[in-house]
Design a protein around this ligand. Structure first.
Ligand SMILES: [Zn+2]
Length: 306
């Protein structure tokens, strides 16, 4: 709810983070055996005017939401994937929205008299407004935070924003400590890159840090064929895996079959950069289901005793 107001007495100064360059691999070849895929869309800056090569305007983001809703999608989070997507209505298709880096225009607070409110033009407000009006679209998005800058740009509100996001049903993800590219990061530096963000999240979220288990790889790429997935899966925080699902930025839609059938697949979920793709191109992706009920996502429950 945009009307959600937090009373705070602290004065603040808006801050702008540094722009970080992204590098892309070639799209993975589509798996011909994949009957269905889950589009995961990636955004960075959402602002007017458009901020940088990877930014989109607020109007463009709103238009994307409308087109995706009309196309029959339903918003999910990484938690929903782990839970087998059981809450997705049978006549709707799952879709994930992700926002990388933690830019201030993703979630911005503005002063209103002696109180603080959510900037109606930030990405969270646009999403909230749209989802309030269109409950059939569901609600949810994942915000991947890199700690090379102040998350969402306003230091005095970091804790409030994190908690508010989780309260509202959004998901927070790990985007490493210093936005390090795993393709070139020495393996002895991975611990700091993966676990230090969890320590920082814990200072703001306490036990709720256990809700953070998704990772978006800075630069969008992740080493293949050298056991990197297993290595990443071994890092722990508070007695649990620090990362259980990992997202690339590779211009592909991952097949659901691959997700379910291999441990590595959970660490190689494809994403589409929406500053480079249109919703029409997303809908044209050949492994996105287009008609009929999604039997593959609603298989009958397996018997526990064979
Ligand atoms: Zn990034």
């Amino acid at each position: 709810m945009i009307q959600l107001i937090i009373s705070l007495l602290i004065l603040w100064t808006p801050q702008t983070g540094r722009t970080t360059c992204l590098h892309y691999s070639d799209p993975d070849p589509a798996d011909p055996n994949a009957p269905s895929g889950i589009p995961v869309l990636m955004y960075h800056h959402v602002s007017d005017p458009v901020n940088g090569y990877y930014g989109v305007s607020t109007g463009r983001m709103l238009m994307d939401l409308q087109l995706l809703d009309e196309a029959g999608f339903f918003l999910i989070t990484p938690e929903d994937i782990e839970n087998g997507l059981m809450q997705v209505p049978a006549d709707r298709r799952p879709l994930m929205l992700t926002f990388d880096d933690g830019w201030q225009d993703n979630f911005n607070f503005i002063m209103s008299g002696s109180s603080v409110q959510i900037d109606p033009n930030c990405a969270v407000a646009i999403l909230e407004d749209y989802c309030d009006e269109h409950p059939e679209f569901g609600r949810g998005a994942t915000f991947f935070i890199s700690w090379d800058k102040i998350p969402f740009g306003q230091e005095e509100f970091v804790m409030e924003k994190f908690n508010l996001l989780l309260d509202m049903g959004y998901s927070i993800g790990n985007h490493t400590n210093r936005h390090a590219n795993f393709m070139v990061l020495p393996w002895d530096k991975w611990d700091n890159s993966v676990v230090m963000p969890m320590v920082k999240f814990h200072r703001r979220l306490g036990l709720r840090t256990s809700e953070i288990f998704a990772m978006a790889y800075p630069g969008g790429r992740f080493p293949k064929g050298i056991g990197a997935e297993e290595y990443l899966a071994g890092f722990q925080f508070m007695g649990k895996e620090a990362v259980r699902i990992g997202f690339l930025a590779n211009g592909s839609v991952s097949s659901f079959g691959r997700l379910l059938s291999s441990a590595e697949g959970w660490f190689r979920i494809g994403r589409l950069d929406m500053s480079q793709y249109s919703v029409r191109e997303v809908l044209g992706w050949r492994n996105i289901m287009t008609t009929g009920p999604r039997d593959d996502l609603h298989d009958p429950l397996r018997s526990r005793i064979p």
